[in-house]
Ligand binder design. Sequence first.
Ligand code: ADP
Length: 241
Amino acid sequence: PNESAAFFSISGLAKHFGGIHAVEDLSFALRRGEILGLIGPNGSGKTTTINMVTGALKPDGGRIEVDGTDMAGQPAHLYARRGIARTFQVPRLFRRMTVMENLIVPALSDASERRRTAEERARGVLAFLRLEHLADQYARALSGGQQKLLELGRALMLRPHLLLLDEPFAGVHPRLLDEIVEHIRSLNRDGHTIVLVDHNLDAVRSVVTRVLVMARGRKIADGAVSDVLRNPEVVRAYTGT
Ligand code: ADP
């Protein structure tokens, strides 16, 4: 057995939409328990990358290795089974269901899950997010920030090893920002490996130490936040040339 194998690594990942190279020759690896900021200007390929590494989009080329197995092109439910979960920038909730139902539905898609166990786990997730008092509210009655929290809760129901958060701070009231940052820190302390996606470097630097920067589908920097900030190519990408 290869003891040094990364728990998650992608290499040469590519996706084209017609003539657009949305992602081109992207490679990086994650160690267990690591938290990585994935940033880049709008249109740089961040969402396409998340879509590929959660099975929502088939890559045109490259490998996605989870614990040493190549999963490129596998369907989303197999990624979920491997403990890879994501949130969406705009929460994808069932608005006419309650908070509790929203949490239970994704867990029940795994047929082995009994409703009672799912409900028990949902109570735990609600307690962690401090949303217990909202369990029986309709999702549509929640504030924008509470919907973001519930979206995070739905991903947590899958008990993920790797959690990909797509712009968890976007559109969140400043009052809730600190709370979301604290949840992310706490999840990472508990051993979750996290990829935090945002176009805004300032938003992620309070949470991560390592940051990977994309521009026009390619990786242009990967390293400690302070080093990356001094990288002229990163500065150029952000000031626009
Ligand atoms: P980001 O998340 O960094 O804003 P995206 O991954 O959404 O970037 O987009 C990368 C590039 O791919 C952009 O040029 C975008 O217009 C293009 N793109 C993304 N999805 C599609 C699609 N389904 N069809 C065509 N072009 C797409």
